[in-house]
Design a binder for this molecule. Structure first.
Ligand SMILES: Nc1ncnc2c1ncn2[C@@H]1O[C@H](COP(=O)(O)OP(=O)(O)O)[C@@H](O)[C@H]1O
Ligand SMILES: [Mg+2]
Length: 253
């Protein structure tokens, strides 16, 4: 493995809000080709980690290196997004009044200059949107208002809006929250399809069954630190993990 196999490299990361320390000297690695789960109790710092990775939150000390060569210390959110980090938030942020097609079109063009973006879509761009719609299971809904989609479909549309831009790293914060069993199964299949040697996927989730199905390895965060890391099979039988997280039924129903 070379450092270019590393999608995200985090070293000695500290994030605090005033006197309150949220991430404490965190070191962490996500390789290309890997689907990495991040689990842990509410307040552990999972979302804050994604915030630091995407430039939404400043960090006090430590380094984050993207794709083995870009230290993002001084980069802002748009610059980090251009490095190929795509993030899905806990609540979907789609444009309800626009069609599925238009949502994908906006996402495809968001990185482009205004002059380019007022031109018609090229055949290649059309193809990219159609391909993405098939992948997320919405090819029959391209003309539909996004606001009228079912909850699960909205989540898939948001994932589509990320992948249409060819990201190198996908960060998914609670992708199956609020989904029914069938929708969860479809989302797992989608992640499986997205997986590949040139893609790294980070999944923050409370659904342990889902995490076990889609993730190659899992990081357990607790109180801003990594408690344990490894395949879900091993992690779920770890006594510390059971004590601080899995044993608490209320958080992972
Ligand atoms: N902007 C902020 N200002 C102050 N405290 C914050 C901020 N963002 C997160 N926190 C705190 O950091 C801790 C970790 O939050 P978060 O990363 O959202 O946890 P998780 O996603 O694991 O549930 C929580 O105690 C939360 O209240
Ligand atoms: Mg969170």
């Amino acid at each position: 493995m070379t450092k270019f196999d590393q999608a995200i490299y985090v070293s000695g990361l500290n994030v605090s809000f005033g006197a309150f320390s949220v991430l404490k000297n965190l070191s962490w690695l996500v390789n290309f080709g890997e689907v990495k789960g991040v689990i842990g109790p509410n307040g552990a710092g999972k979302t804050t980690l994604l915030d630091a990775l995407t430039g939404k939150t400043e960090y006090q000390t430590g380094d984050i290196v993207v794709r083995g060569r870009h230290n993002i210390k001084d980069a802002n959110e748009p610059a980090i997004a251009r490095l190929g980090l795509g993030r899905k938030f806990q609540k979907p942020s789609i444009f309800s009044g626009l069609s599925v097609f238009e949502n994908l079109e906006i996402a495809l063009r968001s990185g482009k200059a205004i002059l380019q973006s007022i031109n018609q879509l090229s055949p290649h761009e059309q193809e990219k949107i159609n391909e993405t719609a098939i992948l997320i299971g919405l090819s029959d809904c391209l003309g539909k208002d996004a606001g009228t989609l079912a909850h699960g479909q909205k989540q898939w549309l948001e994932i589509g809006m990320l992948i249409v831009a060819n990201p190198a790293v996908l960060l998914l914060d609670e992708p199956v929250a609020g989904m029914n069993g069938e929708e969860r199964t479809k989302t797992a299949a989608l992640i499986d399809k997205l997986k590949g040697p040139e893609m790294a996927i980070v999944v923050v989730e409370h659904d342990m069954q889902f995490v076990e199905t889609v993730c190659d390895s899992v990081t357990v965060l607790h109180d801003g630190q990594i408690l344990v890391e490894g395949p879900m099979q091993a992690v779920k039988s770890n006594q510390q993990v059971i004590d601080v997280y899995l044993g608490r039924d209320s958080e992972n129903a």
